[in-house]
Design a protein around this ligand. Structure first.
Ligand code: NAP
Length: 456
């Protein structure tokens, strides 16, 4: 080709960075990478999802900074695909395009009362305490005594922990100031954590539930009957992760109520069937007690017993998983919430076998919202392998405008003020300096217009 292969990556979270890393390692042909993000800031869920008291997890950013320092890498923040650039623009400017757009929405529970005031998705609570620009206008009523978190994955652990934690321990972190202030005035004393199956099927990691159990500000309360292993769960218990969880919870169950100011009441075999309100506001969660049975594939599923219970809750956080949203110009599988693909090669449509030449997908947009940050590395490497095979075999449409300046010219012509990686590093330094003044690791900008004015 006589020039580097030009690749666009849409999205700058972990999967996008791991794809960039694998691409930039290639030498035949060499690759140049332009990474786009709709926000002026990079790192996706590492910045906007990882809880503020998990700063160690965020240290993975050092790896991404190293990738971004490669001469063949450029960052274009504040560029929204579908508005500022179209999929068609990218196909003209690049030889290959990778969608690393993650899952920007959340799954619905599908029960009455889900949209009552006081019922929120956990993702909006996470975005709010992490100063994500999309959620800066959100507010959560923490003047209530009792809250319910639905789902027992790691996101549920994060939101329950933030609700229960002593705010003074969160102060030095990069938590949003508004969230910290609201948590300081919180009157929430009881947090129900609701799992529809049993302890051997809980999605949380042992480290996450044990962190909840170690909180100084709250007791983790588990009913010994619900922590007990039932017949259907014997196989799941063989899995080392599940075994650790069950063993730990059975130990905890022996500890009883405890004397700490807050209680996190972990309930199992409890499916929410209704979010109950009065005058449009959440007041309680009606749960149905479940029994566990094996389905035809031997997987443990829950089955209602017809016995109901009502748990008081003035705040409900639905934490039942993320879901992808369609991006303009790319195919989308409504059923799964992913971009349909075969090992990362984008397919023409869900259920099709024909691929879209030169288009690829990585991360949650490829496989759904599972795994930890590091899981994305192997996943992105798999996609990049397909990209290299296709490039070597000439299975792509070479860019019609491969000049690296063409994209900057296009953005300029459209009046899009893009944010480079050097700009981001200036913002980064400003956030750290603002934080230092207040004894915090960083004070984030939560407002895109303030980010842009700080840069100008
Ligand atoms: P998740 O791990 O898939 O957990 C979702 C939870 O919601 C499960 O307990 C699931 O129960 C439950 N659920 C689903 N539909 C339900 C319904 N209709 N009624 C009641 N419960 C329902 O999702 P997540 O917590 O959003 O996490 C997403 C990914 O990010 C995970 O891979 C997670 O490990 C990762 N993450 C990691 C960390 C960390 O390492 N610190 C932090 C946050 C997120 P069933 O199992 O019965 O379906």
């Amino acid at each position: 080709m006589g020039r580097p292969l030009r690749v666009a990556i849409v999205g700058s979270g972990p999967s996008g960075f791991y794809a960039a890393e694998a691409l930039l390692k290639q030498s035949t042909p060499p690759v140049s990478v332009d990474m786009f993000d709709r926000l002026p800031t990079p790192y996706g869920l590492v910045r906007g999802g990882v809880a503020p008291d998990h700063q160690k997890i965020k240290s993975v950013i050092a790896v991404y900074e190293k990738i971004a320092s490669a001469p063949a890498f450029r960052f274009f923040g504040n560029v929204l695909m579908g508005k500022d650039v179209s999929a068609e623009d990218l196909r003209g400017l690049y030889d290959q395009v990778v969608y690393a757009v993650g899952n920007e929405s959340d799954r619905r529970l599908g029960v009455p009362g889900e949209d009552l005031k006081g019922s929120h998705s956990a993702t909006s609570f996470v975005g709010w305490y992490n100063a994500h620009p999309d959620f800066r206008e959100e507010s959560f009523d923490l003047s209530v005594e009792s809250a319910a978190v639905i789902g027992v994955g790691n996101v549920a652990m994060d939101v329950a922990r933030i609700l229960a934690e002593d705010p003074e321990r969160l102060k030095p972190t990069d938590i949003a100031e508004e969230a910290l202030e609201a948590l300081r005035h919180s009157r929430v004393r009881t947090i129900y954590l609701l799992g529809r199956r049993g302890p051997a099927q809980a999605a949380f990691s042992p480290a996450e539930i044990q962190e909840i159990g170690a909180l100084e500000s709250a007791d983790l309360v588990v009913d010994p009957r619900e922590a007990a292993l039932d017949e259907a769960s014997k196989k799941d218990y063989q899995d080392p992760k599940n075994k650790k969880n069950v063993d730990y919870l059975q130990e905890r169950a022996k500890a009883g109520e405890g004397a700490k100011p807050r209680k996190i009441r972990l309930r199992f075999r409890a499916s929410p069937v209704e979010i109950v309100g009065r005058d449009g506001r959440v007041e309680a969660v009606k749960i149905e007690r479940n029994r566990l049975v094996l389905d035809k594939d031997g997987r443990v599923k829950s089955e209602g017993t017809g016995i109901y219970e009502s748990l008081p809750a003035g705040l409900v956080l639905r934490s039942v998983g993320y879901r992808g949203i369609p991006i303009p110009g790319a195919p989308f599988d409504e059923k799964s919430g992913h971009i349909p693909n075969a090992a990362g090669r984008v397919l023409q449509a869900a259920g099709a076998t024909a691929v879209r030449s030169g288009e690829y997908v990585v991360g949650w947009a490829k496989r759904g919202p599972t795994g930890l940050i590091g899981t994305n590395r192997a996943d992105s490497i798999e996609t990049v392998k397909m990209m290299a095979e296709d490039a070597a075999a000439g299975r792509f449409c070479p860019a019609s405008s491969p000049d690296p300046d063409a994209v900057t010219a296009l953005l300029q012509k459209r009046g899009v003020r893009h944010v480079s990686f050097a700009d981001w590093k200036r913002l980064d330094a400003l956030e750290i300096a603002r934080g230092r003044e207040r004894g915090k690791v960083r004070l984030k900008f939560a407002d895109v217009s303030r980010m842009l004015s700080a840069l100008s």
